[in-house]
Design a binder for this molecule. Structure first.
Ligand SMILES: Cc1ncc(COP(=O)(O)O)c(C=O)c1O
Length: 400
């Protein structure tokens, strides 16, 4: 009998972390590698947020806090939901966790029974299916092709719903595609969900602020008040506030669900870092003016990468609405042979050869549930992005 839990047979390690590790190992061995695998802004945390954390340390705010978050942060979150999303929550409807990741995980752990199904539009963030599996549920991926803007249509959703469906996980703007739902597109989905009262909505709005070209962000409970009582709206400070390492995420939802999530948190990790919580209060209540400044840079990088990738032979790169990812198809390279003699049979071969021959680290699309494609994170220095795209063009041009 294995010493390890059978639950481990159900989960895969993160492909995105694997790529980052491989790129790091090549770099350590002296290779010139550009890593476009990691999903975090290259910008530093704004100074006022860092200062709030320093003040918290100096003021001795270094003890255990309420498991679900300090009242000041809950108030800041409540104000944020009202100000930006038109959603009203009471303190018992809000929870703070150690990153959005923990919030999502605890919600699944608190609700999934064996055999429960969770609808996940693909391409999806790698962690959703693995978290569902850890919680003992079944994920039901629904493929959303590039032709459909990587977005779930009402008919496909209707077909995927069964009596066992417990949740649908929506993520807009999306990791890995950057696709974001317009109000009309999201309304088509919420119209279907209204007809199926047993299905709950977990919306991962982590990239809310990272949208370009005047795109207007909306979230399901805002569009369809009838879903408010069965929607968990998840968000966090990692991406827009450049605070990935601080580990603060949060959610608003029905009090009973929030309480169940807090129970799980109380017996596993307890409160998120007290210092990070004070920093998050400042992030949410403080000046927001650096967000459009960062977004201008992200938008320029998106446009640069889309344009350069579309000049690479065999690559087709849609222009996404948000986040800091693009998700080009590499279908036009499949079946070709690299200069080293390797036949590119799938997107995993494509990314492996690209890393080995040109030192560019990207993540293969099949890890996100739709290939042949790959994900590029453009949250990295513009000069590196330009260099990486030139290398991709050269790599594709050398395939025969
Ligand atoms: C779609 C999505 N959701 C959630 C997270 C988790 O973010 P964090 O745990 O840093 O708040 C990430 C991070 O990569 C993400 O891409």
């Amino acid at each position: 009998m294995s010493f390890l839990s059978a639950a481990l047979d159900r989960v895969k390690p993160s492909a995105t972390i694997a790529v980052t590790d491989k790129a790091r190992a090549l770099k350590a061995a002296g290779r010139n590698v550009i890593g476009l695998g990691a999903g975090e802004p290259d910008f530093d945390t704004p100074a006022n947020i860092k200062l709030a954390a320093i003040h918290a340390i100096e003021a001795g705010k270094t003890k255990y806090t309420d498991v679900g978050g300090i009242p000041e942060l809950k108030e800041a979150i409540i104000a944020k939901f009202l100000r930006e999303n038109g959603l009203t929550y009471k303190p018992n409807q809000v929870i703070v966790g150690t990153g959005g990741k923990q919030v999502l995980y605890n919600a699944l752990m608190a609700t999934i029974n064996p055999g429960d199904e969770v609808i996940i539009p693909a391409p999806y963030w790698v962690s959703y299916p693995e978290m569902v599996a850890l919680a003992g549920g079944e994920s039901v991926p629904v493929v959303c092709t590039a032709e459909r803007g990587f977005k779930l249509g009402a008919e496909d959703l209707e077909k995927a719903i069964t009596p066992k469906t417990k949740w649908i996980i929506l993520n807009s703007p999306s990791n890995p595609t950057g696709a974001a739902y317009t109000r009309a597109e999201l309304k088509a989905i919420t119209d279907v969900l209204v007809k199926h009262p047993h299905v709950w909505v977990m919306t991962d709005d982590m990239y809310e602020h990272l949208v370009y070209d005047d795109f207007a962000f909306t979230t399901p409970a805002q569009i369809e008040p009838k879903l408010y009582d069965r929607t968990l709206t998840v968000n966090g400070v990692s991406k827009a506030y450049c605070m990935t390492g601080w580990r603060i995420g949060y959610a608003g939802g029905p009090a009973q669900l929030i309480k169940a999530m807090a129970t799980i948190q109380s017996q596993s990790t307890s409160n998120p870092s007290s210092i990070s919580q004070w920093a998050a209060v400042e992030a949410l209540n403080g000046p927001q003016d650096f967000i459009p400044v960062n977004n201008k840079v992200f938008k320029e990088r998106r446009d640069l990468v889309v344009s350069m990738l579309n000049q690479a032979t065999g690559i087709d790169c849609p222009r996404p609405e948000g986040a800091f990812y693009v998700y080009p198809s590499c279908a036009g390279t499949i079946g070709k042979t690299s200069p080293s003699g390797k036949v590119i049979e799938n997107d995993e071969d494509f990314v492996t050869e690209l890393l080995e021959s040109e030192g560019v680290a990207v993540v293969h699309g099949s890890a996100f549930g739709l290939g042949p494609a790959f994900r590029i994170s453009y949250a990295t220095k513009t000069s590196d992005l330009e260099d990486a795209c030139k290398r991709i063009q050269r790599f594709c041009g050398n395939l025969r």
